[in-house]
Design a protein around this ligand. Sequence first.
Ligand SMILES: Nc1ncnc2c1ncn2[C@@H]1O[C@H](COP(=O)(O)OP(=O)(O)OP(=O)(O)O)[C@@H](O)[C@H]1O
Ligand SMILES: C[C@H](N)[C@H](N)CCCCCC(=O)O
Ligand SMILES: [Mg+2]
Length: 226
Amino acid sequence: MTARGYFVTGTDTGVGKTLISAALLRYFAQRGLRVAGMKPVAAGCEWRDGVAYWDDVEQLRAAANVDAAQALVNTYRFEAAVAPHIAAAQAGMTIQLDVIARACDALHAQADVVIVEGAGGFRVPLNDHQDMSDLARKLSLPVILVVGMRLGCINHALLSAEAIRQAGLPLAGWVANRIDPAMAQFDANLATLQQRLNMPLLGVVPWLASMDFSALSTYLAFEKLL
Ligand SMILES: Nc1ncnc2c1ncn2[C@@H]1O[C@H](COP(=O)(O)OP(=O)(O)OP(=O)(O)O)[C@@H](O)[C@H]1O
Ligand SMILES: C[C@H](N)[C@H](N)CCCCCC(=O)O
Ligand SMILES: [Mg+2]
């Protein structure tokens, strides 16, 4: 029995959450399920011919098979690549979890599985009083932790797992994503994390010189989620 969705968090920004979220969408789509991605808060856009694009939102949409409204896939978007609560304050806005939860409910009505990608790590603030962990709790989804394998990730991974457990959310598993091809003692780091994280390892992704989703899927064991 597949969960109705997952909240994908990571040990930091730039660790591969979008990559793994897109892979999850493609995996469930291949199994015949209706899937939708959600990037509730996107900070940092690219400009192409005078039009702003939020790459995470585009990637999740490309991997989904439900053509959901843009406003549901992405509730808040900010131009600056900064922490969401700072970007929102600069824009004179306050990020509201209720608004995000309503969009997520609407996606659940259209899709069997909704993959929600956080922004940055699990304790990134969203407004003066709430952070990403409050959002994950509000959406009540099991969490998948993407660990960006580089020096320092053991501490970040263990703290993240502790915070997720403290939030009372189930940890569906973790993915070791090698973002530093030169990381020393990779296998020993992996073994340490496996032993101490104590949750299903959903894949070990090597550093990939080019992005190819069929190659990526060979490193992932999402069947463990079923
Ligand atoms: N295993 C890998 N091998 C090579 N490059 C990778 C790998 N994983 C991720 N990347 C690259 O690293 C960058 C960051 O990845 P990604 O955008 O998925 O991170 P993120 O955690 O979603 O970041 P954000 O917090 O901004 O949402 C991207 O350019 C991505 O293509
Ligand atoms: C801009 C970046 N790509 C993400 N969207 C936001 C990352 C926020 C990190 C905040 C922090 O932990 O200091
Ligand atoms: Mg991302």
